[in-house]
Design a protein around this ligand. Structure first.
Ligand SMILES: Nc1ncnc2c1ncn2[C@@H]1O[C@H](COP(=O)(O)OP(=O)(O)OP(=O)(O)O)[C@@H](O)[C@H]1O
Length: 255
């Protein structure tokens, strides 16, 4: 069996005042589609930042593609779409193509290395997220869900093996959330991208994912989605301090 893409071993993290994570063990294999779920303040974003190397764990070890994190240099293999993408200044007069192309400039600073096939790469990244017809539109003219697809294309342009998304459906109206998740399933299955996302949309995401990680400072559960579905409501509530199920009501998904 191949090495896990990500392995967290006994990870803890403390901000100055706050113990955010305690003794986290997590193994993510190639092809997984993992949703990290947990209440506000449970350490989800902190965990992503540790995987991305933006924070150094207070304790424990991170292995990326089988290497200790400090020896892993191929950072372009991990694409990231942050929560802040949602507040990107979309009044800025940039076309969709320009936004996607900026992914290469940002990650490598070697834009000039790719002069010949850059247009093709942009087109392929936009096609992968179903946005090829929008290449020349101004980013500000798109809906929240379309903009989020463009930000994913920007992360995809470096051909990452893993895509990490922090609450990607914030700003997408509920009727477009399903097609957004279908697009992520397409990237996962057809482009063989391992997908990790943080979400509060427990029910909306559940038909797309293969694995779930339930975090609340500690990792309470990590495994196949079907095994989590066997857990009792009481067990889940005990971990979370409140219900994790969401109620479908008049077509809207409500907390
Ligand atoms: N930069 C920081 N400095 C100090 N404490 C922080 C910082 N960032 C997060 N925290 C604290 O660490 C804990 C975990 O925060 P984190 O943002 O990882 O949680 P989260 O699960 O992503 O939350 P949310 O769902 O609300 O986005 C919280 O108690 C938070 O207040």
């Amino acid at each position: 069996m191949s090495l896990p893409l990500i392995k967290l071993h006994n990870i803890s993290y403390k901000y100055e005042q706050t113990q955010a994570l305690i003794d986290i063990n997590l193994v993510i294999e190639e092809g997984d589609f993992l949703a990290i779920i947990g209440p506000n303040g449970s350490g989800k974003s902190t965990l992503l930042k540790i995987i991305l190397g933006l924070l150094k764990p207070t304790d424990g070890e991170v292995f990326l593609f089988g290497k200790p994190a400090h020896k892993f240099k191929e950072r372009e293999w991990i694409g990231y779409v942050s929560q802040k993408s949602n507040s990107f200044n979309t009044g800025f007069p940039a076309t969709v193509s320009e936004v996607v192309r900026s992914g290469i400039v940002k990650q490598t600073g070697l834009f000039k290395r790719f002069p010949k096939n850059i247009k093709l790469q942009v087109r392929q990244a936009l096609k992968a997220v179903g946005m090829e017809d929008f290449a020349d539109k101004n980013i500000g003219e798109l809906s929240g869900g379309q903009q989020q697809r463009v930000f994913i294309a920007r992360a995809m342009i470096s051909n990452p093996k893993i895509l990490i998304l922090d609450e990607p459906t914030v700003g997408i109206d509920s009727k477009n959330v399903r097609s957004f998740y279908n697009m992520l399933v397409h990237l996962n299955r057809e482009h063989n991208i391992t997908v990790i996302l943080v979400t509060h949309d427990v029910d909306a995401v559940s038909t797309s994912i293969s694995h779930v990680a339930c975090l609340n400072q500690r990792m309470h559960f990590h495994g196949f989605k079907k095994d989590m579905e066997l857990m009792s409501e009481e067990q889940l509530e005990a971990w979370y301090g409140h219900s994790v199920r969401k109620v479908e009501h008049q077509g809207e998904v409500q907390s």
